[in-house]
Design a protein around this ligand. Structure first.
Ligand code: NAG
Length: 122
């Protein structure tokens, strides 16, 4: 057996193992963070009236100005909860708006939020 070849394979093996472990560790710890950090939202976004948004923000073009204006009109009364990153209110609201209005994935989150995290309200 060629000793150099063996040593090289071992080196490669260790490198790969380290890399794979790192990936698993990253995925595992970030999922853990998300699961343990967020406090369940106390607002009942499942049963809200989304007419403000669905009546003003329509496909196929979903005009950004109208959509974001309607989005804020709906969301601003709850901005304190939504902007509290320790809760999952923002995520919950976004997924329910999407569900009720049949909007494209991530539309409001990507276009109407300040830094994709905060609802910017007066
Ligand atoms: C939702 O709100 C709209 C007005 O914004 C109202 O016309 C409609 O009746 C409401 N729907 C329900 C189910 O409460």
């Amino acid at each position: 057996m060629n000793l150099k070849l063996l040593s090289n394979s071992l080196h490669l093996f260790l490198l790969l193992s380290f890399f794979i472990l790192n990936v698993f560790y990253t995925v595992y710890s970030s999922r853990n963070l998300i699961q343990t950090e967020k406090v369940p939202c106390t607002l009942n976004f499942q049963n809200m009236n989304y007419t403000i948004i669905t009546s003003q923000c329509k496909g196929p073009h979903y005009p950004r100005q109208e959509c974001c204006a309607a989005f804020k009109e709906f969301a601003c009364p709850y901005s304190q909860n939504i902007n509290d990153e320790s809760t999952d209110c923002l995520t919950l609201m976004l997924s329910n708006i999407r569900l009720y209005g049949g909007y494209p994935v991530g539309m409001f989150g990507n276009t109407c939020l300040q830094g994709k995290q905060h609802v910017d309200c007066p």
